[in-house]
Ligand binder design. Structure first.
Ligand code: 2P0
Length: 323
């Protein structure tokens, strides 16, 4: 057997975040989440099932890496397809400047699509979303473009992403401020596990998540940018408050994170509509309307450098590539 397939998936940034699992093995989240898929940051992955291989093989950006993390995921694909063949996986992360945005979301969404096709499976997009979820929760959302909701569900079948508005004509996007492109201090998986166990605010977080998602959907339907931004920013701060309230506490913020946040608040005080969100790292992403981008960049560039300001528009869902 020598079967190959390639796929491209874009990363996504959550406006209402996923931060905690109900089921660690199946990756069923504690609450639903809502994200925006971005056009500028993506992963291309080629998977080849090859009878001559004696183990799975993994290459990322032309560097050979251990395949230990990928093998359990490839086992799921092999099990579904009824094959035992090992695979060679070649990935390229298309993220300028090693921006620290190359998340597992685009990686597992591209891998799910390429591996399932190469194994001879023809999965529907809901099936691809569920498969990607098994690699990394946020990857379930990268199967779709635009605004996407990962519905928490209660088991493998029902925990799946659905598109809210795949092809959006809304002229908005995310300006990523790259503050530190290094490896994150605490892996998302460990961080979220720790807050579920020890943060006294956790039940309140879960309860408020659904209200945030409802309000975000309303904002999207009404093209209400202020509501979209206010809810996203508040949701991000509440996620990070869980970390500060954990025992022992931890934080992804660095001094430059606070500096960036303060500057976004200053811009807002000057009448520019822009809002921030942060994930499991120090970088700040600014949700803004395209028309305000020149003003925002001009204000931030002296502090952070133009080369560290990367703008992305709403992007597409996963697609298969030739070869
Ligand atoms: C999110 N993050 O909703 C949240 C916000 C980071 C902060 O999903 O354990 O790599 O592989 O399911 O998806 C990052 O966590 O975690 C993430 P696993 P994942 O985007």
């Amino acid at each position: 057997m020598l079967n190959s397939a390639s796929a491209r998936a874009h990363t996504n940034i959550a406006l209402a975040k996923y931060w905690g699992k109900r089921d660690e093995e199946l990756i069923i989240p504690m609450n639903s989440s809502l994200s925006l898929t971005l056009d500028h940051f993506y992963t291309d992955t080629q998977v080849t099932f090859d009878d001559s291989l004696t183990a799975d093989f993994f290459e990322l950006d032309n560097r050979i890496l251990p395949a230990t993390k990928l093998t359990p995921f490839l086992d799921l694909v092999r099990q579904k397809a009824g094959i035992k063949t090992f695979a060679a996986v070649k990935s390229f992360n298309h993220v300028p400047n090693q921006a620290g945005l190359a998340s597992s979301a685009s990686a597992y969404a591209a891998l799910a699509a390429a591996a399932s096709k190469a194994a001879g499976l023809e999965l529907t997009r809901p099936e691809l979303s569920r498969l990607a979820r098994r690699g990394s929760g946020s990857a379930s959302r990268s199967i779709y473009g635009g605004f996407v909701e990962w519905q928490e569900g209660h088991d493998d079948l029902t925990s799946v992403a659905v598109p809210i508005e795949e092809e959006t004509d809304w002229k908005i996007g995310m300006l990523a401020i790259i503050l530190n492109a290094g490896v994150k201090k605490i892996a998302s998986r460990a961080g979220m596990q720790h807050v579920v166990k020890t943060s006294p605010y956790y039940p309140a977080w879960v309860k408020e998540s659904q209200a945030d998602i409802d309000a975000l959907k309303q904002a999207i339907a009404n093209r209400d940018f202020t509501q979209l931004g206010e809810i996203s920013e508040s949701n991000a701060l509440r996620m990070h408050a869980l970390n500060l309230a954990a025992r022992p506490p931890f934080s992804y913020f660095e001094a430059s994170t606070i500096r960036a946040i303060t500057m976004i608040e200053e811009l807002r005080a000057q009448g520019v509509s822009c809002y921030y969100t942060m994930d499991a790292g120090p970088n700040v992403k600014v949700l803004c309307q395209e028309e305000d981008l020149p003003t925002i960049k001009a204000y931030l560039a002296p502090a952070f450098g133009t080369e560290n300001l990367l703008f992305a528009r709403p992007g597409q869902g996963v697609k298969f590539l030739e070869g």
